[in-house]
Structure formats: structure tokens, C-alpha cells
Design a protein around this ligand. Sequence first.
Ligand code: NAP
Length: 337
Amino acid sequence: MSSGDTRKILVTGSSGFVGSWVSRILVQRGYAVRALYRRDQIPDHLRKTEELGAELQRRDLTCLEDVRAAVQEVEGVIHCAGLVKDWGYEQEFYAQNVEVTKRLVDEARRSGCGVFVFLSSLSVHGFGVHRGSTEEGPFYPYVSGYQSSKKAAEEYVLSQAAPGFRVTVLRSGNAYGPGDTTTFYRLFAILERGVRGTVSGSRVLTSPVYIEDLVEAIELALENDASAGEVFNICSGEEVTWGEMMQYCAELLGVRPWFELPIGLAWVAAYLFNSIYRLFRIKAEPPVFPYRVAHIAWDYNFSIEKARRILGYQPKTDWRTGLSRTVAAYKDFEKEQ
Ligand SMILES: NC(=O)c1ccc[n+]([C@@H]2O[C@H](COP(=O)([O-])OP(=O)(O)OC[C@H]3O[C@@H](n4cnc5c(N)ncnc54)[C@H](OP(=O)(O)O)[C@@H]3O)[C@@H](O)[C@H]2O)c1
């Protein structure tokens, strides 16, 4: 990367959880950032990033004209935008995650942008036993269009590498931290209602990554030529179970959840709800469904050896410290509501 005066780093999905952190931290580190959002109202956190010096643009990446405008005079793209849901229909995921990514990669390359970093997910490995799984596998069958769409998008991004156009895929673990209203804040709310967000004690491993560590990995990928054409697993590298994490969250919140589904019942309910909701094309999220159960039913632990070795990635925040910060931010957020 060269630090031109006018060329910028485009961060898509800056109104979302990951993109908001990426755009703010990059601006604080002196990058010229173009932060993209799509919703009607600019969120407060993005206003603050604008005050720090980011250029905000409202764009819908399903629209070709918007994509062309977004990549104008951009030196690097960090593509965080996407449809990020545990439940949804395949066509929706395909349109938002595959088609949008293809259009953005094509236009970025055409406009002379030099670096493209794509935020993917460890869930492209599928759910089955993962203990120290590497970028090479294993892979298991998918239970959601989210997984297949992220994998298809990854493949397209990697296929577009060319001289002068460096592409990198980062497969993030379960990102968490202050502002994570879609996943961890929801889990906290569930714990406060007495329900553990786990099944059968949940002694299976999971793969958290504190948001600032994820941003660190993104910046390393942006800056390091050795990341060209590579895929990296990005998580904390710790061995921690869902049960341990939820128990610690409950302690921090001062609650004692008492209800937890047994795994067998969770699977039956998941497939039942899945069939009914799909049969009647119900848009709302069912109370339980296969992706959510699968995510907490098997060990989900990945090696970050490749990211350490090639990118120099060194996660700094252990899960207890990260969760303490996240719960503290959640309590402030609750007070403001
Ligand atoms: N969070 C995690 O734990 C996690 C784990 C693994 C991978 N990832 C990956 O990290 C990325 C960011 O995730 P996140 O948790 O930050 O998701 P998020 O909070 O749901 O944010 C999604 C962002 O994408 C934007 N977006 C969606 N469709 C768009 C479109 N057609 N045009 C323009 N913008 C669009 C949204 O904009 P508006 O809200 O303004 O509409 C929002 O800013 C995703 O690619 C996801 O797959 C996340």
C-alpha cells in the first residue's frame, strides 16, 4: 500500500458492528477512510467517526451506479457489508453476499484499486468437530445460505487476484465487543430473562475474537503484500467453551439463568421450526433452527497459526477481558434505552 494524498480506503458496512470499528480505528490511525452505510439514518457512532475525519457515503451496493461511485479514487477496499443473519432464505443471502461482492470486486479492480480485503466467516467450514482446524479444513455440509453465500463470495474474490490487484480473505470467528447489538447484546438479554444461550451444558469449544483484534488482523492484511491471494482464520486462538463464556457473562450481569434446552430436544425443535417456517415462507426468525443449534453443538476451534506466521497477527484481548468490556458497554447501552 502506498499512502497517497487523495486515494482512500473504502470500508463497506460502516454502519454495522465490524465496519464501524474498522472505519473508526483506521481513521484514528491516520488513514483516509470512506465509510459506507446504507440505512436511512446515520448512526451516532458513524457521526463520531465522521468528526474524526472519515468521509461518509450512503450507498446501496446492490446498485451498480452506487458501487461505481463508492470505489472512485480508492486505493484499498475492506468489504464488511453483507447480510449477516443466522436465519434467512438462500436467494436473499446470494443477492446480498455473492452478487454484491462480485460487483464490488469487479468495479474496484476496474477503477485501479490495489487491495481488496474480504470479511468472511469461519462458518464456511460448516459445523462438525473442529479442534484446531486450519484454512485447509475440515469442511462439513452447510445448514444455512449464509455459509454457502460467504464461501461462494470468497471463491470469487480469490479468483480475481491479478498483478496490481491484491486480494485477501479473512475468516472471522465470533466477533464480539462493545456495540455488538446483533449477537452478544441479544445473548445478554436472553441471560437476563433466565435462559442460557447454550444447550446441554455446552462443553464444546467456540472461537471468539475481540473486535479490536479482528481490526488488527484486517489492517495487517491491508498492509502486508504476503497476504496476497491468501485465506486466514482469525479468532483469539484460545480454548474456551460456550458454557464458560455464558457463565462468565451471567456473573458479570449478576444473573442466574436456570433454563437450558437439552441438545436432543433442541435439534428436534430446530428442524420442526425450520420446516414450518420454510413451508409457509415466514420471514421472521424462528425461536430455534438448525444453524443456531449446529453452532453450539460441536467443537468450533480453529488454528490461527497461519495468520500469526504470515501476517504477524497477535491477538491481545483474552475472552474474560473482552467480555468484561462488552458487558460494561451493554449496561451503558441499556441505561440509554
Ligand atoms: N459479527 C460477527 O461475529 C462476524 C463473524 C464472522 C464474519 N463476519 C463478517 O463480517 C462482516 C460484518 O459483519 P457485522 O457483524 O458487522 O454485520 P452487521 O452489523 O449486520 O452489518 C452489516 C453491514 O452491511 C451493510 N449492508 C448490507 N447490505 C448492504 C448493501 N446492499 N449495500 C450497502 N451496505 C449493505 C449494512 O448497512 P446498513 O445497516 O446501513 O443497511 C451494515 O452496515 C460480514 O461480512 C460478516 O459476514 C461477522
